[in-house]
Design a binder for this molecule. Structure first.
Ligand SMILES: Cc1cc2nc3c(=O)[nH]c(=O)nc-3n(C[C@H](O)[C@H](O)[C@H](O)COP(=O)(O)OP(=O)(O)OC[C@H]3O[C@@H](n4cnc5c(N)ncnc54)[C@H](O)[C@@H]3O)c2cc1C
Ligand code: FES
Ligand code: FES
Length: 1355
């Protein structure tokens, strides 16, 4: 690595001009010029927008570039190309200082409800693509940026644009459907283009008019109502900025902050001199790595060097043997250049380019690729970098420079010297990378395997390059490069050397696999875990490469082993298919008045505001003048005694106002949901990592968070119990242990022809509501009054715990909830952890205090869905009929009871899912562990209960060699059957749902096609499963089944509704307005809901258990009917009058125009002791059929198709109900196939953000999705014959899990393995791969359990 040359003009300048102050930062936001004189290098654009400019439309979801909620568009005039660039970015990672001469467009800048919505805002709203709305501004801006660059995009462009955006509510389908109308394929043709591409034939067109399907509607919105999109009307680039940009003379910038200085040199010389002067300075381009380090790893970089505008670092130069990219070239730009090269060069020259492009396809999301630089990826030296393996395998060269000269180095294992370390010297920088053309006889491939396909970091990433002696299949050069197998990207040199000079054939493959298994070994305790899987992947990926190269050699006319047709699919590169969907529901009866909106697919009432960023969430409430910020101090130990708390260092942190510990609580320090078995602030002992010990209150968020981290705590550790298995071993259970028993178990097993035993573990799940927990507490200054703005599903519970902690009566505390950015059960009880502490702080300081948890804190502290372990013994007849079941459930409750008792009870209530089992016993144990308390989550234990049921059902079928569908149908409940808890199923629609699902999905034809496919393909397999669900509707705690409402009619005729339910995106308020509109007989436009508050409707149950429409709808109906009765005389007197006339007349006659309504569910109340009484008011039913394809070599899977038939009674609003079905299905899909929380053996949550915890993304929706609401199924137990819908559909996603299991069975059969096998949930890529036992897995056996400490444990 000899120094090659001197770079010119470097010797004389030693650095930038010394500055005492900072430069002015000039940029534009939504067309308005901003001149910031004190730009803080530590501030992100997001904080600036939200806090300084009050532009709260842009949301904070994760602060790590992983959710897209903060997406904004940047526009920049590029002087050298004289082009305007528009690109989407994550404002949470964009340093404010990087914005000089940039125009920022936020969601507020493109439209508003008052002014006019932009078509991208209008269409997402009207297409029902916004539920809680927290993700909506980000999605709007991703779409907007795409259209600014390409007004007529293809569907594929759109899918790419959304790779970096997450939504937890909608299931994505309606967003794509609405935006499809912008695309080439989906632009609305008014029904003329009848085949593919017509939105009308794809679910959003006119009503289906065929005779037998009369009243069947498939239209949820009407594209004809959309305002046309006219790209020429877009906001222009600010003319002043254009002038400034064109006239700008190169000049360097400097911004000083409290801890950081930002230096932006204008020339390479200056840059190198600065680096010489500040060898420890961080070079920042995209800040996608450094930003995360600063935010989450507490790194402090006193000097930042920002070289973005140095021409040499952004230059692209085509040379004789390749292309040289400046280190600051963004990945998006690099992709454009490489694509152009691929199009213009002969194919043999572009093998390396294609491999880089393949990696870039799955590299982060567009927002990251638009700013992240190639140099940043190389220099981060991450062992799981996606590009470094390709660069290494391809033999790329790097140019490194310092002020004295430059040197060229080969990118090989000599360059990466250790974990995140390189051979770069402190004063050097990376100038460029040379990516070579491939040779005529060279083949290159790259592979990335990650838990989720889109926007995910790799588990293993690989690139392979082979060069043959011309005219032969003899290996001349081979480079196999792997990421994820060592602390650095590594070359499998030994293996490569062994294969040198060998012909490309079966023997070479054999040798390669044996050698790789040896060379790419991993310590069983290695960080990241998945040891067997990672090792197997190194072989499986090589095998893919082997087959691919064989094909290419054959194409060149060489006589090599033929790749048989059944192996071809192993070489296919994944290409997503454009999804299509159908939604079917029953139209309202002919003759229903137009003003009666019940049963119509009307839009979520806040959707427009959500799409423009005007909808106000808790943290969008403007700052109070004297407001303070709170940060929590939490335990780093799972179980320990606190020996000491040292705040001395923290006290010296700037801005600190006070600390709070247990002694500061004026009232009671005990808290909890049903039992008071928790503390508000830990008192001497901590029982989980994340246990709240105290809090720091400071002037700003940053100050509070820094001080919290500076608090030092000494612990005396105790042995923790982390996993269910540890709890069983130590008998660590909460009481009582519940049992439901029916029939004669002993007799049942005697009758059985066969008895099988099995077990299953179902992993937990993080709620991942896009809006994390947030509370703003405002002391009112009198009589201990406190007002709280909280993102909670349970205002009353929040109120009572705050009152308890403050030692005041509940009537002094008002809790207000406008809307939540998602809840899913996670904001039912655990929100009080934060709200109580914030209230205590506000009370102590007599000043408003706010806290919004960071995503990592939220995930760490607030618990999630209970992991479950189920053990079963099932007895069945030869026919497949199940006659006896003994099942035991263990739920991991964590360190407090919270709602766990009711959750395990619900698992028991659903232990037979939808099947009649005459002799049955179910027992439910609640494991007391040292994890943060697990809590309610959509389905509330029901999905876990049913999941185990489907496991034994599958086992029964597999052991009999029958199809699981046949066995399921045989055992399905019929009308009049009774459940194990003695509830007679009188209005059952399961069979109808089943039969409709079978026919709509074309199950029989699919089964035949799948069997054929599986015979023809060795390394990809397809599977199918049909799964029913029966979900009991009511709170299982009797007293919660009540609701109140308050309705005011004002003298102008407008109506204000308040009820006990909260809005978290599920459309409750919209449905309630529909109900009131029908009862009062007035248009919904006259009705408004402002918020939910404890001083209007008291003593409310949490918005949970799917019953909020039932309960609150009935209470509202009651209130409205009271008012109607009062208005009757005035109507009678003036029958031709208007609503307003009657209201006025009543007012002048001194009639109260305000009424309370109340409702309690009749005839319910179950007793565990006697197994009698009605547990549920009614049941919701549904059936889903899913088809998948798995890649047996990597464990990836594709969701090919899903058909859902759901009984929601007479739908109050089909758009909202279908939204709930699809949203729940996608959340279930995450639960059963994707989402994995990893805990260390010491109980530390290792997955604390979207980077490591993957919820389903746009690309995970089934390619074909059909949702049909069962017609003619009125329910006499709920408002206007409707049914609950929030939770029941979630379990239907298990059809995907069991379809995967079906496909795995086919793969195992290839290795001669048949019969039942255990597959735990989620069916992750790792589990799928490991279950597909074959020659490669055999070479990588797992280490013996107990001989090592694993990185993570199954809790
Ligand atoms: C949400 C998200 C998703 C991601 N997905 C992926 C992924 O799929 N695959 C993957 O491989 N990575 C991924 N990353 C990691 C990261 O985006 C990449 O490594 C990216 O290329 C870093 O570029 P940057 O310009 O943002 O780096 P910065 O954060 O600006 O800098 C990163 C490091 O490189 C150094 N550096 C930068 N340029 C130079 C230079 N010219 N000379 C010397 N040192 C330099 C900096 O000092 C710093 O230490 C992801 C990151 C995020 C936040
Ligand atoms: S908040 Fe920026 S990507 Fe999540
Ligand atoms: S609507 Fe997307 S996260 Fe709620």
């Amino acid at each position: 690595m000899e120094r090659a040359q001197k770079t010119g003009n470097m010797g004389d300048r030693t650095g930038t001009k010394t500055r005492s102050g900072s430069d002015e930062l000039i940029f534009f936001v939504n067309g308005k010029k901003i001149v910031e004189k004190n730009a803080d290098p530590e501030m992100t654009l997001l904080t600036y927008l939200r806090r300084k400019l009050g532009l709260t439309g842009t949301k904070l979801g994760c602060a790590e570039g992983g959710c897209g909620a903060c997406t904004v568009m940047l526009s920049r005039y590029q002087t050298h190309s004289k082009r305007l660039l528009h690109y989407a970015i994550n404002a949470c990672l964009a340093p404010l200082c990087s914005l000089h001469l940039v125009a920022v467009t936020t969601v507020e800048g493109i439209g508003s409800v008052a002014r006019k919505l932009h078509p991208v805002q209008e269409r997402i709203a009207k297409a029902h693509g916004s539920q809680c709305g927290f993700c909506t501004p980000g999605i709007v801006m991703s779409m907007y940026a795409l259209l600014r660059n390409n007004p007529t995009p293809k569907m594929a462009d759109m899918e790419e644009a959304f790779q970096g955006n997450l939504c937890r509510c909608t299931g994505y389908r309606p967003i794509l459907e609405g935006y499809k109308t912008f695309t080439v394929e989906g632009g609305c043709c008014g029904g003329r283009g009848q085949k593919n591409g017509c939105c009308m034939s794809n679910g959003n067109g006119a009503q289906n008019g065929s005779e037998e399907k009369i009243n069947e509607a498939t239209s949820l919105f009407n594209p004809a109502e959309f305002a046309p999109f006219d790209p020429t009307q877009e906001v222009i680039f600010p003319p002043e900025l254009m002038t400034l940009s064109k006239d700008q003379k190169p000049h360097s910038l400097c911004f000083h902050g409290e801890r950081m200085t930002w230096l932006q040199p204008d020339s390479l010389d200056e840059f190198l001199n600065l680096k010489w002067k500040h060898p420890d300075a961080r070079v920042v381009v995209g800040n996608t790595e450094v930003g995360v380090e600063v935010k989450f790893k507490n790194m402090v970089y006193p000097v930042i060097l920002a070289p973005t505008f140095i021409p040499e670092l952004s230059a692209v130069t085509h040379t004789e043997d390749g292309i040289v990219f400046g280190a600051a070239c963004t990945l998006s730009h690099m992709a454009v250049v490489l694509r152009q090269a691929v199009e213009s060069l002969p194919p043999h020259k572009t093998e390396v380019f294609l491999a880089v492009l393949e990696q870039l396809r799955w590299f982060a999301g567009v927002q990251i690729r638009n700013v992240a630089a190639v140099g940043g990826n190389i220099m981060t030296a991450s062992p799981i970098s996606d590009l470094n393996p390709v660069f290494m395998a391809a033999g790329c060269k790097l140019t490194l420079v310092d002020k004295d000269g430059s040197r060229e180095v080969q990118m090989d294992d000599g360059f990466f010297t250790g974990y995140r370390r390189t051979a770069l010297r402190p004063q050097e920088i990376l100038l460029s990378i040379h990516i070579p053309y491939s040779k005529k006889t060279q083949f290159v491939s790259a592979y990335k395997q990650s838990p989720r396909r889109e926007d995910d970091i790799s588990i293993v990433t690989a690139a392979m390059s082979v060069t043959f002696t011309p005219g032969t299949d003899v290996v001349e050069d081979l480079r196999l490069s792997y990421g994820g197998m060592a602390p650095t990207t590594v070359l499998a040199k030994k293996t490569a050397n062994r294969l040198m000079g060998r012909p490309w054939g079966e023997e070479l493959l054999e040798e390669a696999c044996n050698s790789l298994a040896e060379e790419m070994s991993l310590d069983p305790s290695v960080p990241g875990g998945m040891v067997t899987y990672r090792r197997t992947l190194t072989l499986s990926l090589f095998y893919k490469f082997y087959l691919t190269v064989l094909q290419k050699l054959r194409l060149q006319g060489l006589k090599v082993t033929e790749v048989t047709s059944d192996c071809l699919s192993a070489t296919e590169v994944y290409h997503p298919e454009t999804p299509s969907s159908v939604q079917i529901y029953q139209a309202v009866p002919k003759g229903q008045s137009q003003d009666d909106v019940v049963g119509r697919p009307i839009m979520h009432l806040s959707a427009m505001k959500q799409a423009t960023g005007e909808a106000v969430y808790c943290d969008d409430v403007p700052l109070y003048e004297n407001e303070l910020y709170l940060s929590l101090i939490t335990s780093s130990k799972a179980h320990a005694r606190i020996l000491s708390i040292d705040t001395s260092a923290a006290e010296h942190c700037p801005g600190v106002v006070c600390f709070l510990f247990a002694d500061d609580i004026p009232g009671s320090n005990t808290a909890g949901s049903i039992k008071f078995d928790e503390t508000v602030l830990a008192d001497g002992e901590v029982t989980c990592v994340g246990h709240i010990i105290g809090a720091v209150v400071a002037n700003t968020q940053l100050q509070a968070q820094r001080a919290a981290k500076a608090v030092k705590i000494k612990y005396e550790e105790r042995q923790p119990v982390i996993t269910i298995q540890e709890a069983i071993a130590t008998q660590s259970f909460y009481q009582p242990i519940r049992t439901i028993q029916n029939g004669d178990l002993e007799l049942g097993f005697k009758q059985a022809d066969h008895i099988l035993e099995g077990e299953m573990h179902i992993g937990g799940q993080e709620h991942f509501y896009l809006e994390t927990n947030v509370t703003l507490a405002v002391p009112r200054g009198e009589d201990g009054e406190m007002e709280l703005f909280v993102s909670t599903q349970a205002p009353t519970h929040t109120q009572s715990l705050v009152a308890r902690a403050l030692g005041v009566p509940a009537n002094r505390v008002v809790v207000r909830v406008k809307r939540m950015g998602g809840g899913f059960g996670g904001k039912e009880s655990r929100t009080t952890l934060l709200s109580t502490v914030v209230a205590v702080a506000a009370n102590k300081l007599k000043r408003p205090v706010r806290c919004m948890l960071d995503r990592d804190e939220d995930m760490l502290i607030t618990g999630g869905r209970h992991p479950f372990y189920g053990k079963y013994k099932v007895g069945f007849l030869n026919s497949g009929r199940v006659v006896a079941l003994d099942v035991t459930y263990y739920g991991n409750a964590g360190n407090s009871m919270d709602l766990s008792q009711a959750i395990v009870e619900r698992a028991l209530f659903h232990m037979e899912n939808s099947y009649r089992v005459p002799n049955i016993r179910g027992r439910g144990f609640l494991c007391r562990t040292n994890l943060p308390s697990n809590t309610a989550f959509r389905g509330f234990g029901g999905p876990q209960g049913m999941m185990v049921a489907e496991s034994w059902m599958t086992d029964v079928a597999q052991s009999l060699g029958k199809s699981p569908e046949e066995v399921r149908r045989l055992n399905l409940y019929m009308k009049g059957d009774s459940t194990p808890f003695n509830q007679v199923l009188d209005q059952i629609t399961l069979d109808r749902c089943w039969d409709e699902c079978m026919s709509r999905s074309g199950y029989q034809q699919r089964r035949i096609a799948i069997d054929l496919y599986n015979r023809q393909n060795r390394w990809t397999k397809r599977g199918i499963a049909v799964v029913p669900t029966k979900f009991g509707i009511s709170f299982t705690a009797l007293f919660l089944n009540q609701a109140g409402a308050l309705v005011h009619i004002y003298t102008d005729g407008s109506v204000l509704l308040t009820h006990g339910g909260t809005e978290m995106g599920q459309g409750l308020h919209t449905k309630m307005v529909q109900v009131a509109s029908r009862v009062l007989g007035i248009p919904s436009s006259k009705i408004h809901i402002s918020e939910t508050s404890t001083n209007t409707v008291p003593n409310t149950s949490a918005t949970a258990a799917s019953v909020s429409s039932d309960l609150n709808g009935a209470a509202l109906k009651n209130a409205c009917e009271i008012l109607l009765k009062r208005l009757e005389p005035f109507k009678a007197k003036n029958p031709n009058g208007t609503w307003e006339d009657w209201v006025k007349a009543a007012y002048f006659d001194r009639v109260s125009l305000s009424a309370n309504g109340f409702y309690k569910t009749p005839d319910i109340g179950y007793d565990f002791e006697t197994n009698s009484g009605r547990a549920f008011s009614y049941f919701s039913y549904g059936v889903a059929c899913s088809e998948v394809e798995i890649d047996c070599l990597t464990g990836s899977h594709k969701n090919l198709s899903t058909t859902i038939v759901m009984d929601v009674g007479n739908s109050l609003n089909p758009a909202i109900d279908i939204g709930q079905v699809e949203g729940a299905f996608m959340q279930g899909l995450g639960l059963f196939t994707l989402e994995e929380l990893h805990y260390s053996p010491q109980g530390v949550l290792l997955t604390r953000g979207p980077g490591s915890y993957k919820i389903p993304a746009f690309g995970d929706i089934p390619t074909q999705l059909t949702v049909s609401l069962l017609r003619d199924a009125p329910n006499d137990k709920a408002i206007f014959a409707s049914k609950a819908v929030g939770e029941p559909p979630l379990f239907l996603a298990s059809s995907v899990f069991y379809a995967i299991k079906d496909a795995i069975s086919a793969a195992r059969a290839e290795s001669g393995i048949t019969g039942p096998f255990r597959l735990d949930s989620p069916a992750s890529a790792e589990r799928i791969r490991n279950a597909c036992s074959d020659r490669f897995t055999k070479l990588c056996p797992p280490a013996e359990a107990g001989t090592f400490i694993p990185w993570s444990v199954q809790v």
